[in-house]
Every structure is written in structure tokens, then in C-alpha cells.
Design a protein around this ligand. Structure first.
Ligand code: GLU
Length: 304
């Protein structure tokens, strides 16, 4: 397995130069586009890695899966999906037109920005600090990494430039979809996106999802039913508006983020974390997608 991963990373390196690092959040533009790494955690507990697997990056939209889990734990499946839909979209992740497509004016799904902001508004806690700390502690628990922290420069950078997210949130507030202070909800959302992780951390999250909501320590974190719903939404909505193509060519429930990470869960087999900050035109890691494509072929990982 180690040799397979080493070979695949080297074969995929040329794809890093076909992408560009995200620049709409200025702090992300500083990332090294040549980085490419992978970590695999099998459900038997074996771990394999290759390339720059220990590169630290911000979790960004992969946090949408984490906050969805926590919101479900806090509120139950039924309530959460009365506030956010389950439908994919061909519009971009921060599209405002998405907010008018659902008949009840709820965001289409929890993997687009509007949906994730609505989800964050459901997370319990009396203060912003309490909510952000609950998300951080939950992430530490499901990754098994107590050292995960928030990258303050990325958080500040997002807060300063996040006006599209503000627009989405105020629009939702105007439609009665979210309640309370928009700035406070966004603050928690920006902090969740700015948690700093490695490919190992996200592979561990993938392994828990692959294992129907149970950690490698045998502790159940979320119900089997919640886990099934989340993996299905990852398939239909996890890779932005390239989710259909990803399902056809790779066929693994996955979620990407503009920090360059992709977290993937191969049911009953393994969790995979890949990192490559150079993104393709859809906002997915260019080298990371290629790695998953080759690995899926090599190990026959497609669920379809
Ligand atoms: N924090 C980013 C934003 O809200 C997340 C984007 C992403 O990774 O898709 O714009």
C-alpha cells in the first residue's frame, strides 16, 4: 500500500501546476501550490501516507461536514433538515441565487456556504466562544488530535473579506431562516473554516464516517442513520458543482475545501485525506482529485 501511495503521489505531481491556490481569502494565497500529500486510515487501524502528508492547511469547507454532525447531535435529523435542504446545485458554493431556488427559501443543502451558515446557527452554546469551542473540541475528538487549533491569520482574513457570506446570511435572516446576530453566526462559521489540520486529521474523520459513525476507539459519535445521510449528501453535494463528475469517475463520498484538502470516506474500508492547495476551476484540489481518481481505480473504491 505504501508503494502504491508513493507512486500515485509522484504520478499526480504534474497536476499541481494545473491549478491555482485560492486567493479570494488573501491569507490562503500564501500557500505553496506544489504541495501534494495523502494519508489513509483503514478501518482495521492501519495507516499509510505519502508526499507532504504532514502539511498544515485550514479545513475550510470540510468543516461543513463537522458542523452538520454537531448540529444533528444538538437538534436531531428532522429539525436540521427542516432548516436546510438535501438538493444538489449547479451554482457555485457562495451563490446567492441558490437561496431563491428552494420553495421554502431554505438553503439547498448543508455543503454550500448558505447551508453551512444556517447549520452553524443551530449549534448550541450561549456565546460565540462556547459555540466555536464546541466545534473545535468535537473536531479534536473525531480526529483524535487534541492539538488542532484555529489559524488566527486565516480567520482574520476571512472575517475581513467575507462580505459574500454576510450577504447570504442577511438574506437568510430576512427570510426568517436564521435567527440572532448575523455577525456572531459568521464569526463561528469563519472560526470553523479556519481550523488547521493535516491530511491525517481529515482521513480520521473519513474513517469514522466509513465506519458508520464509530471511531477507531469503538466509541460511537453519531448515529448510523445520520452517518448514512451525511455520506449521501457528500456524494451529491460534497465536491461543489463538480460532484456529479466526481461521483462518476471516483465514486467515493467526499468533501473538499478551498484550503486544498479533500476528506473521503470509503464505506467499511477506509478514510482518506489528501492535500494539494492548487485548486482547479471548480475549487477542488487539482492534484488531490487526480490522486483520488488513481487510487479509486487501483483499489476499486467506487461505491457504485
Ligand atoms: N471559508 C470559506 C468561505 O466561506 C469556505 C469555502 C470553501 O472551502 O468552500 O468562503
Amino acid at each position: 500500500m505504501k508503494r502504491i501511495l508513493d507512486n500515485i503521489v509522484e504520478e499526480c505531481r504534474p497536476w499541481t501546476s494545473k491549478g491555482e491556490v485560492a486567493s479570494y481569502i488573501p491569507e490562503l494565497a500564501k500557500a505553496n501550490p506544489d504541495i501534494l500529500g495523502i494519508w489513509v486510515t483503514t478501518l482495521g487501524g492501519e495507516e499509510y501516507f505519502a508526499g507532504e502528508y504532514d502539511f498544515k492547511f485550514t479545513i475550510q469547507s470540510i468543516s461543513k461536514v463537522v458542523t452538520l454532525m454537531l448540529a444533528i447531535l444538538d437538534n436531531g435529523i428532522e429539525y436540521v433538515f427542516s432548516r436546510v435542504g438535501m438538493e444538489p446545485t449547479e451554482a457555485s458554493f457562495n451563490s446567492i441565487t441558490n437561496l431563491d431556488s428552494h420553495e421554502e427559501k431554505i438553503p439547498l443543502n448543508p455543503m454550500i456556504n448558505a447551508g453551512a451558515i444556517a447549520i452553524v446557527s443551530l449549534i448550541h452554546g450561549d456565546t460565540i466562544e462556547e459555540k466555536a469551542t464546541r466545534i473545535l473540541n468535537f473536531t479534536r475528538k473525531i480526529t483524535g488530535n487534541p492539538y488542532i487549533s484555529i489559524n488566527d491569520s486565516v480567520y482574520e482574513s476571512e472575517k475581513k473579506t467575507g462580505d459574500r457570506n454576510r450577504a447570504l446570511a442577511y438574506y437568510m435572516k430576512g427570510n426568517g431562516i436564521i435567527e440572532g446576530s448575523v455577525e456572531e453566526i459568521l464569526d463561528v462559521y469563519f472560526k470553523a473554516c479556519s481550523m488547521e489540520v493535516t491530511s491525517k486529521d481529515i482521513a480520521r474523520i473519513g474513517a469514522m464516517l466509513a465506519n458508520d459513525g464509530v471511531l477507531l476507539t469503538n466509541e460511537r459519535v453519531i448515529s448510523r442513520e445520520a452517518c448514512r445521510i451525511i455520506k449521501t449528501i457528500m456524494v451529491t453535494c460534497g465536491m461543489y458543482d463538480a460532484s456529479g463528475k466526481f461521483a462518476v469517475h471516483i465514486g467515493i463520498p467526499a468533501k473538499s475545501g478551498v484550503g486544498g484538502g479533500i476528506m473521503a470516506a470509503v464505506p467499511r474500508r477506509m478514510g482518506i485525506g489528501v492535500v494539494g492547495p492548487a485548486l482547479n476551476s471548480k475549487g477542488n484540489s487539482s492534484g488531490g482529485i487526480k490522486i483520488l481518481e488513481k487510487l479509486s481505480q487501483e483499489l476499486d473504491l467506487s461505491i457504485f
